[in-house]
Structure formats: C-alpha cells, structure tokens
Ligand binder design. Structure first.
Ligand code: FAD
Ligand code: NAI
Length: 461
C-alpha cells in the first residue's frame, strides 16, 4: 500500500491537469486511469481526434472549392484509411505527451479502474492506496435515447463516428448540438449526404440566436439538411443500415429516414460507474452529477470532484481550470474559476465562438445593453481567404460600456474570442478594445470594429 497526498481518479483534462498542478505545488500524487492511454475523452475520443478530422476535411474542402480560384490546380482523392491513421497518430502524440509530463512531474499512474472503498482510500486492481485527498475526475459518457441501441458500427456515438470503417453515403445525425454539427461537417465535406434531426426548432440551443440562425444557413449551404422540431422515436436496424423514425412536434406526423450510419449526439452524462459512490454515501444532483460546493468538495470529507462529472459546461478547458483550482485549494491557496468567462467554440468552418452572456440572457435579466456588430465582409483579410461570411457581435452595458459578452461566427473565431475573454477578465469597457491598436490585416480587426460599433461606429461598415 502506497500513501499519497493526492490520488486523482481519471486522467482526462480535469484529472491530469490537477495532478500536474498538485505535483508542482509539492504534493506526492498518483492518478488512476483505466484506459490504455492518458488524456481521457478529450485526447482519445473527443476534442483532439475530432479536430484532426475537421482539419483534414477542411483542407479537402479548400482544395475542392477554393484552390482553383487562386490558380492552384490540384486533384484531391480521399484515402480514408490514411486519414483515420493520421487522426490516430495525432492522438498518440498527445496522449504520449501526457505520459511524459507525468514522468517529469513524478506522478504515479495507477493503471486500472479505481473505486473508493472508504474516505482516504482508493482501490485499483486489488491494491488499496491511501490518500489525504481524492479528486474524482471520471468524466462523462454519451447519453442514449430510448428505442436506440448503440453498436458503434451502424448506430454510433461520437466514439464510433471517429473511426468508421468507411465514409457513409447517408449519415443521419440525431441532435444539432456541438458533436452533431462538428462530426456532421466532417462527413458532409467527405461527400456523405448528412441529415441532422433536432428536437428543438433551432440548432445549437443556448447559443446567441442571431449566430445560430446564420450558422444554420451556412451549414445548409454546405450541404447539410436540417429537420428541426422533430422527436426521434427510435432507430431500426436493417440489412442496408438503419432507419430513423421521427415525429414532427407540430404536425405529429411520423417520418422515416434511411441511413448507412446514424450518429446519436444528444448530449453526455456524468460517468461514475464502479467508483462505489453510492456505498460511500456521496451526494448526487438530480441530474446524476456529483454534488460539490464552491470548493469542489463532495459530501464526504477529503473527496472532491471536477470536470464533466460535476455541474457546469462539459468542456475540456472548464475541467482543466477546475483541476488547477482544486489543486491550489488543497495546497492552501485560493484556487478559483470564473464561470462567467468560459469561452465555448465550435470548430466548423466558419468557427463559432462565444463568451459571457447572450442577448437573450440579457433581455431575460432586463438589463440595459448595447450591441456592436461588424461583418467579416468588411475585413480585408477575411475576404482574401474566402471567409467573408459571419460577424463579430459584442454586447456591452449601456451605462458603463463594460463588456458583457461576445458572439462570433467567422474565420478563427475560436482564437479571436480570447481577446474578448481577457478584456472581460480585466473588467474592460468596449472602448478599451476599440482604442487598442490592432495589426492590419488581421481577422482581429473585426473584433476591434465591433467594439467601435458599441460606441460611435465602426470605420469599415
Ligand atoms: P474525461 O476527459 O472524460 O476523462 C475521464 C477519464 O476518467 C477517462 O479517461 C476515464 O477512462 C477515466 N475514468 C473514469 N472512471 C474511472 C475509474 N473509476 N478509474 C479510473 N479511471 C476512470 N471539449 C472542449 O472543450 N473542446 C472540444 O473541442 C471538445 N470536443 C469534443 C469532442 C467530442 C467528440 C467529445 C465526446 C467531447 C468533446 N469535448 C470538447 C468535451 C471534452 O472532451 C470533455 O469536456 C472533457 O474531456 C472532460 O474532461 P474530464 O477530465 O472531466 O473527463
Ligand atoms: P449537446 O447538448 O451540445 O447537443 C445535443 C442536442 O441534441 C441538443 O440540440 C438537443 O436538443 C438534441 N436532442 C436531445 N434529444 C433529442 C432527440 N430525442 N431527438 C432529437 N434531438 C435531440 O450535446 P452533444 O453535441 O452530444 O455534445 C455533448 C457535450 O460535449 C456538449 O456538452 C459539449 O459541450 C461537449 N463538446 C464540446 C465540443 C466543443 O467544445 N467544440 C465539441 C464536442 C462536444
């Protein structure tokens, strides 16, 4: 039996970052991870592999649609097996990188799935280890629908969709959320006929309404078909593939959609199987998350939880920031996460990004605000690279000019959003952004112009 200051359960972005920060702060740390490689959902079957496929297929799209416009004559062919191998290589480089960081920081990897037989104890593969603190970072798994059986070949979650044997002719995606639209984009670019079936009347619920509408228009132009306001009743396997049975919420008519592959992307739920939390008496929320206080402490002293397994957005960077915060709290410092400034990004083309409050939220709160908007069509750099679609929208307090949120759809939106995030962390006014000199020609100039539009007006609009 080994004794540690901290044992982390799960080596996803929450767990591995927590372990590294704790080791930096002088703790003796171990991480239990049952997967064959470190990095959790994010590195193995989430963020990283999906971005690799998005990158490869974005390049394909550029080659097929924009190369000729620039006088580049190229013939592109897709070698799917090679593309999947490239994606796997990217995963390997990243998961191997975490293993290197564990060694560098003298973090022990306890290989296997862990349980917590008692406070202060973690059992892995028949061995029990002692720990002053335990951080549960066991992540999440895809949630399924009644009447739908996942086989990860024909009826798949994102995990199966990242490693299909062949490019499907017809892909039906259930759920117009982040996974559905990212993976839907990948296969639409590869030539699949993609139909997205969504329960609500809009895509990407919770997103700024204007962005969501334009996003839907752009994706439709890229060949994705949307069937909105319809509830999936079930998926039937057939010899040729599967049939998705869905019923319109307005007309109550039932329709059937044939598919070679069906991607179920209707959300994710916390993963706590095998941890023994029930027996330990850990309090859970009604949504199946581990209940924690503001310092990530569960109802059992010495047991903490971070990342997808507790409340909040299921995002890698949210998990990472909680990992850092809890490590600092355990070291007697004042770890803290500002949940008001957590950016979210969809890595389609164009990218979609947001931070802070949406206009809908501000209206619901009855707050006086102003809107500064700037279209990428007015940005020289965006036009030069055929990415003039989309806009930057900055929301600021009407009286104080303080930035309350930003919503972007356009080139590199996922990077541009951080300029606004930093400004928000500093409590900046829109005028602060507007008065900051921005290099020309950059996409960032569109952010400055939107900030200017919160005041006297953008220059290039
Ligand atoms: P996880 O990454 O889920 O890691 C938990 C780990 O714990 C797993 O490796 C699991 O094996 C291990 N584990 C569980 N139980 C035990 C146990 N009892 N003993 C030992 N080990 C255990 N987020 C973004 O911010 N950006 C993106 O671009 C993005 N893309 C995504 C794409 C897809 C297809 C998916 C599915 C998710 C994506 N996400 C993205 C979400 C992101 O992956 C999660 O928010 C993030 O991984 C959560 O981190 P975590 O550390 O809480 O848990
Ligand atoms: P999601 O919550 O983003 O979207 C699920 C969608 O499915 C919603 O639009 C919902 O209305 C719809 N839906 C639910 N039940 C349905 C039904 N019966 N019929 C039709 N539609 C139905 O969930 P998703 O896309 O599965 O992603 C899970 C999590 O992973 C998200 O919380 C997200 O934060 C994270 N993620 C983040 C990424 C990023 O940051 N770029 C990329 C991929 C995932």
């Amino acid at each position: 039996m080994a004794t540690y200051d901290l044992i982390v359960i799960g080596a996803g972005p929450g767990g591995y970052v927590c372990a590294i920060r704790a080791a930096q702060l002088g703790m003796k740390v171990a991480v239990a991870e049952g997967r064959a490689t470190l990095g959790g959902t994010c590195l193995n079957v989430g963020c990283i592999p999906s971005k690799a496929l998005l990158h490869a297929t974005h390049e394909l799209h550029e080659a097929n649609h924009n190369f000729a416009k620039m006088g580049l004559i190229a013939e592109t062919k897709v070698d799917w097996a090679r593309m999947v191998a490239y994606k796997d290589e990217v995963i390997g480089q990243n998961t191997g990188g975490i293993e290197f960081l564990f060694k560098k920081n003298k973090i022990d990897w306890l290989k296997g799935y862990a349980s917590i037989p008692a406070a202060g104890r973690v059992a892995v593969n028949g061995d029990t280890h002692e720990a002053k603190a335990i951080v549960v970072a066991s992540g999440s798994q895809a949630s399924t629908l009644p009447g739908v059986t996942i086989d990860e070949e024909v009826v798949v979650t994102s995990t199966g969709a990242l490693s299909l044997k062949a490019i499907p002719e017809r892909l039906v995606v259930i759920g117009a959320g982040v996974i559905g639209l990212e993976m839907g984009s990948v296969y639409a670019r590869l030539g699949s006929k993609v139909t997205v079936v969504e329960y609500l009347d809009q895509i990407t619920p919770g997103m700024d309404g204007e962005v969501s509408k334009q996003f839907q228009r752009i994706l439709a132009k890229q060949g994705i078909t949307f069937v909105l306001g319809t509830a999936v009743q079930g998926v039937e396997r057939t010899n040729a593939g599967a049939v998705v049975v869905h019923r319109s919420r307005k007309t109550e008519t039932e329709e059937r959609l044939e598919a070679d592959v069906v991607l179920v992307a209707t959300g994710r739920k916390p993963y706590v199987d095998g941890l023994g939390l029930d027996a330990l008496g850990v309090q859970m929320t009604p949504r199946g998350q581990i209940a924690t206080d503001a310092r990530f402490a569960t109802s059992i002293p010495g047991v903490y939880a971070i990342g997808d397994v507790r409340e909040g957005p299921m995002l890698a960077h949210k998990a990472e920031d909680e990992g850092v915060a809890v490590a600092e709290i355990l070291a007697g410092q004042h770890g803290h996460v500002n949940y008001g400034v957590i950016p979210s990004v969809i890595y389609t083309t164009p990218e979609v990004a947001s931070v802070g409050l949406t206009e809908e939220q501000l209206k619901a709160e009855g707050r006086a605000y102003k809107v500064g908007k700037f279209p990428f069509l007015g940005n020289g750099r965006a036009k030069a690279v055929f990415q003039g679609e989309g806009f930057v929208k900055i929301l600021a307090d009407k009286a104080t000019d303080r930035i309350l949120g930003a919503h972007l759809i356009g080139p590199m939106a996922g990077d541009l959003i951080h300029e606004v995030a930093v400004a928000m962390e500093f409590g900046a006014a829109a005028e602060d952004l507007a008065r900051t000199c921005h290099a020309h020609p950059t996409f960032s100039e569109a952010v400055r112009e939107a900030a200017l539009a919160c005041g006297d007006g953008a220059i290039h609009a």
